[in-house]
Design a protein around this ligand. Structure first.
Ligand code: ADP
Ligand code: ASP
Ligand code: MG
Length: 820
């Protein structure tokens, strides 16, 4: 004998009923089958709504109509496949049940409430009708069937009418009284049980799994098969994590913990009966019957996994009781728990502070009022005498649990668990570990439950790590970045990394897509976008889509955007920027940025601020973290000035090379932006601040790359026309330098705590001497690097190298620790 149970998702319509019937018939050839069915998908939800609405004096017609529609379409569909189907019998049965339902509801309407005994009768109707349909279908297919009435066989002694708990021994005795008839398929409505008075009870939502387990125990079945809409039990809810891992097997204890802590695939009460009678349980997919499924049994799993699954249980409230009256008083915990138990409320998780000063526990939120009332009454004297503080409620909580038999022997699991949550910026309200060490649970905000599962799954199952990028500024560098991401996606996928570009904004509009913008034609898509850039829209998208690693990338040079980084970090985004404005604004803002990043556990990365793609900032941070100190710095920090001054070596005139640089696009459209030295000053300031100096842009001494007092007014073209007037000045400087075998370079320097940008004549052996043609060079003279400095040299500008530098920063967001 085997028990097969099919859930509502497997019974959604006539086609599915047929599929189920065929699976049963195929299986029947191997051994006799007892079939347990749920109500078709949606029916029980409608019945729950019918009770609620009618109790509140509201019309439940739309829900009744839905139920009617589901069954009449079902009967019609079955009849069209099997003309032999006794649809008249079914229709009459259905009408009779509907009339009974209407009578019960009339009573509910008059009373303005629904007694639990009546509610149980109403809720169980879906299963009853499922069985009636399946019975006629199997008969039409030429099989003998027998219906088991759970009201008469599955005996309950506790749990009331709505959460009945079955007395297995009593039920087994009832089954044992009557032998089994050979060659029939047994059918039993799930979710339903009875009591000594013969009344109808239900087993709690999702309870048909439990019905099947109990029936398997009563019939000494060889196996209990739970057929659903997924291939088996996964490492976490497959709706949440696309690459959730399908588990071959689970121990009874693991399955029990996972379902207790919220894995919907199994009702938590399912495991106890089958574990007690050592019945293996197989989870199978109705839509994919060939798949082997997940085996739950006494066996030790052959999977190497220490953590088997991650589950989330929502809609909880955490209640905390604290006060002087808690400390050292024997029996306080006992009184609290028996009070809650007397109120008929189940406690899901308990934590106590080691000082014994407070005790917290989680309950299902709908039970909150009656729990608080019961506690107020029990401890009224203690509250009156201030021995206990007012009861503290933290609402909208969820429990996230890691489950696995292998956790018992493993070290460091809790640390990785908490690191994963911290990395996703999730605050932990409480932690609890079962004494079996088979599960560890944390309480978090319900809003963050899905992010928590995703983050933990990434940590424990090496599943794909997502980076969700929102790009602001998609001109040269930003555009190149998107194209690089597009080209690199296959390579990153091999390393289990996926970058989704969820937002691209230019100065006018923003294009957004939580699933990632189609990168083949993002430029065209952006042309059609109409919404302006909005942080609140980006944030809403991140929240709604449960994104755990959102990154804002700023490829503008805009002050207003830089001024919003603190908001971005505060809203949970990492910030990667090529824009120098934030790091060169006030020292207060500079500090606030780092503090916010640290508090929010988000990264603020800006390696391209200096030297474009050269790894400048990261190297400096590593050096200083290791205790080094900057003594002196010299650098060529501008690609255009590197080009211009390098060309002077070849004897060309200043105006000639500046024009050449401008024509080749090496300078800004207005070359004064480069020649003014401000851009170099900003970079120098960023380096100085990185080295720990508390200075501002005004403190940087800037000499323009122009003769002193040179008239730099007018339009760019007027200025360029005037530039030959500067040639004589540079020629003279050049000749003087040549006499000493020196060359002219535009240098940013930090000496004796002073920052200066100026034209300098540098010796032949100076690290800056050979730096030209747009190259950058940075010479750090430090305690560790002297007298020979640490020199970083290479192209310090250009769209591709800058984009690649930003790309590297974007990838660094996957490691959450801030490196400063
Ligand atoms: P049925 O109608 O067959 O009883 P349920 O909806 O009650 O189906 O349970 C199956 C669903 O449970 C799956 O569709 C899946 O979304 C969800 N689920 C949650 N956690 C898990 C998990 N760890 N493994 C498999 N399914 C899970
Ligand atoms: N039909 C019931 C419910 O929806 C029982 C079940 O499907 O397991 O809760
Ligand atoms: Mg179910």
């Amino acid at each position: 004998m085997r028990v097969l149970k099919f859930g509502g998702t497997s019974l959604a319509n006539a086609q599915r009923f047929n599929q189920v019937a065929d699976i049963v018939i195929n299986n029947q050839q191997q051994s006799q089958i007892a079939l347990v069915l749920s109500a078709p998908a949606g029916v029980t939800n409608n019945l729950v709504a019918v009770v609620e609405k009618t109790s509140n004096g509201l019309s439940a017609d739309s829900h009744l109509f839905d139920i009617q529609r589901i069954f009449s379409e079902l009967i019609k569909g079955l009849k069209s496949t099997y003309s032999e189907l006794a649809d008249d019998l079914l229709k009459t049965f259905f009408e009779r049940e509907l009339a009974h339902l209407t009578d019960l509801l009339e009573g509910v309407r008059l009373l303005s409430q629904c007694p639990p005994s009546i509610e149980a009768q109403i809720l169980s109707k879906g299963e009853l009708l499922s069985i009636a349909c399946m019975k006629q279908l199997l008969i039409a297919k030429g099989h003998n069937v027998e219906v088991i009435k759970p009201q008469q066989k599955l005996m309950s002694k506790k749990g009331g009418y709505l959460e009945a708990h079955i007395d297995i021994e009593a039920s087994r005795a009832l089954f044992a009284k009557e032998g089994l008839i050979k060659n029939v398929i047994y059918l039993m409505p799930g979710f339903t049980a009875g009591n000594a008075k013969g009344e109808t009870l239900v087993l709690g939502r999702n309870g048909s799994d439990y019905s099947a387990a109990v029936l398997a125990a009563c019939l000494n079945a060889k196996c209990c098969e739970i057929w659903t809409d997924v291939d088996g039990v996964y490492s976490c809810d497959p709706r949440l994590v696309k690459d959730a891992k399908l588990l071959d097997s689970l121990s009874y204890a693991e399955a029990m913990e996972l379902s207790y802590f919220g894995a919907k695939v199994l009702h938590p009460k399912t495991i106890a009966p089958i574990a007690q009678y050592h019945i293996p349980c197989l989870i199978k997919n109705t839509h994919n019957p060939q798949a082997p499924g997940t085996l739950i049994g006494a066996q030790q799993s052959n999977e190497e996994l220490q953590v088997k699954g991650i589950s989330d249980l929502k809609n909880l409230t955490m209640i905390s009781i604290s006060g002087a009256g808690m400390k050292g008083i024997v029996g306080m915990a006992g009184r609290i728990f028996s009070t809650v138990s007397r109120a008929g409320v189940s406690i899901i998780l308990i934590t106590q502070s080691s000082s014994e000063y407070s005790l917290s526990f989680c309950i299902s939120s709908p039970d909150c009022d009656k729990t608080v009332d019961a506690l107020q009454e029990e401890f009224s004297l203690e509250f009156e005498n201030n021995l206990l503080e007012p009861i503290e409620l933290v609402k909208e909580r969820a429990i996230i649990s890691l489950v696995g038999d292998g956790m018992e022997k493993a070290k460091g699991i809790a640390a990785r668990f908490l690191t994963a949550l911290t990395g996703a910026s999730i605050n932990i309200t409480a932690i609890a570990q079962g004494s079996s060490e088979r599960s560890i649970s944390v309480v978090v905000s319900e809003k963050k439950a899905q992010e928590a599962v995703i983050a933990c799954h990434q940590k424990f199952f090496a599943s794909v790590q997502y980076i969700d990028m929102f790009l602001i500024g998609c001109g040269g560098v930003g555009g190149a970045l998107v194209d690089q991401v597009h080209r690199q996606q296959a390579r990153l996928a091999e390393r289990n990394i996926q970058i989704r570009v969820c937002g691209v904004a230019n100065s006018r509009v923003m294009l957004m897509d939580a699933k990632g913008i189609e990168l083949d034609n993002w430029r065209d898509l952006l042309k059609d976008a109409t919404h302006p850039l909005s942080l609140s829209k980006m944030q809403a998208l991140v929240n709604d889509s449960h994104i755990i690693n959102p990154v804002i990338v700023d490829c503008t040079s805009n002050d207003a955007i830089a001024a919003r980084y603190v908001d971005f970090l505060g809203a949970g985004f990492h910030v990667v920027t090529a824009n120098k404005k934030a790091n060169t604004s006030s020292m207060d803002y500079y500090r606030q940025l780092r503090l916010t990043a640290l508090m929010k556990r988000r990264k603020f990365l800006y390696d391209t601020n200096v030297g474009a793609g050269l790894p400048v900032i990261e190297n400096m941070q590593n050096l200083f973290n290791a205790g080094d100190q900057l003594l002196k710095f010299n650098g060529i920090l501008s690609g255009s000035l590197s080009f211009i001054f390098g060309k002077l070596d070849e004897g060309k005139s200043f105006s000639e090379v500046t024009t050449e640089a401008r024509n080749m696009g090496f300078t800004e459209p207005d070359p004064r932006d480069d020649l003014s030295g401000t851009d170099v000053a900003r970079k120098l300031l960023i380096l100085a601040r990185e080295a720990g100096m508390d200075i501002s842009l005004e403190d940087v001494e800037i000499e323009q790359a122009l003769p002193p007092g040179f008239d730099d007014t007018g339009t760019p073209d007027e200025f360029m026309a005037r530039l030959p007037e500067a040639d004589a000045y540079f020629k003279a400087l050049q000749e003087k330098a040549n006499e000493k075998n020196q060359v002219l370079r535009y240098i940013g320097s930090i000496v004796d705590g002073k920052c200066k940008c100026s034209i300098q004549a540098v010796d032949a052996d100076d690290p800056m001497n050979k730096v030209k043609d747009g190259e950058n060079a940075l010479a750090f003279y430090s305690q560790y690097y002297q007298p020979i400095p640490l020199v970083l040299r290479g192209y310090g500008a250009g769209t591709e190298v800058t984009a690649a530098g930003i790309f590297a920063d974007v990838l660094r967001t996957l490691n959450w620790k801030q490196e400063f």
